[in-house]
Design a protein around this ligand. Structure first.
Ligand code: COA
Length: 278
């Protein structure tokens, strides 16, 4: 198949509170074309505030997570439309990666196979990342004569120590899932056959947490990295107060179950949200 419709470039289903979203161009190794980028934004839009979605997992159909930008449709064909075409394609891809970075629900990259170049954008966009041992990661840009753009250089230096990021970008050598975990690109690596079970386990733990606190926490962890200590302290006070105005009762219930009921210990797990009455 070469002419997949735009709506078919992304697949998704919701099961038990988890939205499983897939890059769905396996015949093109899930490379990101303008069609796919537009469709992904629509899918993220449609899922973000659904009550039956608590966590979003981004994975890929077939042998690839994503082989990065589509060299033909994203680069060559948009360049042929002039600067306007290039900028439009950039807005469409960077737009959904940014959306993912600040998504309302926690997001998990489940990297099942190839992950190249532009794929580092959505990889970083996801809050957590789990790879198959058999997955392959690479900043292949240097191999075809460009720099790692579209945020990929930034992602490399955000996630990896300087020497590793520089080596990875200059050499164009690939690493497997285990090495990606060692270098900080992903949280963990597991044999492909065990990957979905581990991601489901992590997502299920997240589903039990207070959703307002999850959003406030994921934003806080991203924001404070760029702040001085004093600015971070101030931001966190204000972010907590803002979160309280959305959810005054959740944290009170959390304190109540620990201090009064003695039914759980926050150091060892989450409070029981089903007992919250307001
Ligand atoms: N852009 C456009 N097309 C791509 C693509 C990409 N990034 N990655 C794969 N494809 C296409 C191939 O052109 C091929 O199309 P065809 O069947 O019409 O000839 C099809 O997907 C299958 O790719 P193929 O190379 O035969 O698959 P493979 O399993 O042997 O190899 C890769 C997989 C990922 C190693 C290889 O496709 C590759 O190197 N892709 C480019 C990766 C890259 O540098 N991405 C960075 C972009 S920023």
């Amino acid at each position: 198949m070469t002419d997949r419709s735009e709506s078919d470039t992304v697949a998704f289903e919701v099961r038990n509170g988890i939205a499983w979203v897939k890059f769905n161009r396996p015949e093109k190794r899930n490379s990101m074309s303008p069609k796919l980028n537009r469709r992904m934004m629509e899918v993220l839009d449609a899922l973000e505030y659904r009550d039956d979605v608590g966590v979003l997992v981004l994975t890929g159909e077939g042998t690839s997570w994503t082989a990065g930008m589509d060299l033909k449709e994203y680069f060559r064909e948009t360049e042929a439309q002039g600067l306007g075409g290039t900028r439009k394609a950039q807005r469409e891809s960077y737009g959904w990666w940014r959306r993912l970075r600040w998504y309302q629900k926690p997001t998990i990259a489940m990297v099942n196979g190839w992950c190249f170049g532009g794929g580092y954008g959505p990889l970083f966009g996801c809050d957590l990342a789990f790879a198959a041992d058999e997955a392959t990661f690479g900043l292949s840009e240097i191999n075809w004569g460009i720099l790692p753009g579209g945020g990929a250089s930034k992602v490399a230096t955000e996630l990896m120590p300087f020497r590793k990021a520089m080596y990875h970008a200059l050499m164009g050598e690939n690493i497997d899932g285990r090495t990606a975990a060692e270098w900080g690109l992903v949280n963990e690596s597991h044999p492909a056959a065990a990957l979905e079970a581990r991601v489901t386990e992590v997502a299920t733990i997240l589903l039990a947490k207070n959703p307002i606190a999850l959003k406030a926490t994921k934003d806080a962890i991203r924001r404070v990295r760029e702040m001085t200590y004093d600015n971070a302290e101030d931001y966190l006070i204000r972010a907590q107060e803002a979160a309280n105005s959305f959810d005054n009762e959740g944290r009170k219930e959390g304190i109540r179950q620990f201090i009064d009921d003695k039914s759980y210990k926050p150091g060892l797990g989450a409070y029981d949200r089903s007992k919250q009455t307001v």
